[in-house]
Design a protein around this ligand. Structure first.
Ligand code: FES
Ligand SMILES: [Fe+2]
Length: 393
């Protein structure tokens, strides 16, 4: 695999970035190699999406199609979705349940542990042919609170090290990982993946009309920024001061019982792209496919706890489908802005971060919830992986 550096200079100031990073094809190709197929961990599914033996889901790691399978030995595995004979994509459905995968081209047959069971005509294969050498290519995987992570690289650190200071937050969102899937919303934004993932807390009360209508103040909150470019936001999120105009005020009602003073809003924004979110009673995992330099597909998966009573399940479902997501009451405007950043970034020059950056310190560190000072820390991790040199001044 080519890993040639490309000529792309980065500004000397850590709070600036070149807008061309959102548009250059060569940058996008290098991201695929160094980030998506490189030494980063990527969550690809929650086990609640494939709860039974034989359940599978297809997704992409960068541009590589992958299969996530709940094997009949109750182990979740991640494979490249590609036949080990001549490379044909094995499965095209987004989800399903199978005992075996049959490649359509020459009918090689694999079980849900990735083992090759049969290859028609193998009596005429070379004598050295061994089925064991043609197992589906498995990625290094690790599970955390039910989230299934994978990496293509042996170099990636242990997952707990990689998650760093965000690791303790997962329990507050996903509990012990015993969840049920409520459903998905899927949307494709006309923007670069980095414009999507560069979202922060500064904009929320300013861009989103609903925050203003609700007179919804976030209360106290912090973000932790980690060495590997992850950001964990915790906000107390006081009650909305005005919900009279809503037909159903339960839309902004908090029913969860995670203790006085516990954060009602938690956003774990993992580098490069996934996020794990609790907002009021919504439990949301967002997984993302960067299709091209101009196109980013986001899957919003919503969950409830297995122990929730029916009223809580209904409440979570109603809140999930109305509050967040591409048409969510408090996130509706994000997609439009991602597109406008993408268009505006076709102009020459640099984007600049301002809010809170005067007090920036190296990660791991804590910054205010509504500052944009965690963004440059994430960009610095990106710059280092991509091997872009900074200008001297
Ligand atoms: S490519 Fe899959 S069986 Fe030939
Ligand atoms: Fe937003």
């Amino acid at each position: 695999m080519a890993t040639q550096p490309i000529a792309f200079r980065w500004p000397a100031s850590p709070t600036e970035l070149p807008k061309a990073a959102f548009h250059r094809e060569d940058v996008f190709r290098l991201e695929n190699e160094r980030i998506f197929l490189g030494p980063e961990w990527h969550p690809l599914a929650h086990i609640a999406e494939l709860p039974n033996r034989g359940d599978f889901k297809t997704f992409r790691l960068g541009d590589a199609p992958v299969l996530i399978i709940h094997g009949d030995d109750d182990r979740a595995r991640v494979f490249f979705n590609s036949c080990t004979h001549r490379g044909t994509q094995l499965q095209t459905r987004s989800r399903g349940q199978v005992e075996e995968f049959e490649c359509p081209y020459h009918r090689w047959l694999f079980n849900n542990r990735g083992e090759l069971l049969a290859a028609p005509g193998s009596d005429r294969f070379p004598a050295a042919f061994r089925k064991d050498d043609y197992r589906l290519r498995e990625l290094r995987t690790a599970e955390f609170h039910g989230l299934i992570f994978a990496t293509c690289s042996k170099e990636a650190p242990a997952l707990a090290t990689y998650l760093g200071e965000t690791a303790p937050l997962f329990e507050q969102v996903l509990g012990d990982g015993r969840l049920n899937l409520l459903g998905y919303q899927k949307v494709t934004f006309s923007s670069n993946w980095k414009e999507y993932n560069d979202n922060e807390g500064y904009h929320a009360p300013l861009l989103h009309r609903a925050f203003r209508m609700l007179r919804w103040q976030a209360g106290k909150g912090i973000q932790c920024a980690t060495e590997y470019g992850h950001v964990g936001l915790q906000a107390q999120l006081q009650s909305a001061a005005n919900s009279d105009f809503l037909n159903d005020p339960s839309l902004v009602e908090f029913r969860g019982g995670n203790g006085a003073g516990a954060p009602k809003s938690i956003i774990i924004a993992l580098f490069p792209l996934a996020s794990v979110i609790k907002h009021l009673d919504v439990i949301n995992v967002r997984l993302v496919i960067p299709h091209s330099v101009d196109e980013t597909e986001v899957h919003y998966a919503y969950f409830c706890h297995q122990d929730d009573d029916p009223a809580m399940v209904l409440h979570r479902l109603r809140q999930s489908s109305n509050l967040l997501g591409p048409s969510g009451f408090i996130s509706l405007e994000d997609g439009a802005v991602f597109n406008r950043i993408h268009q505006g970034s076709l102009t020459p020059g640099r984007a600049r971060y301002q809010k809170g950056v005067a007090a920036m310190v190296p990660p791991p560190c804590i910054v205010d919830q509504n500052d944009e000072s965690a963004n440059p820390i994430r960009w610095e991790h990106y710059r280092q992986i991509m091997g872009f040199e900074r200008d001297q001044d």
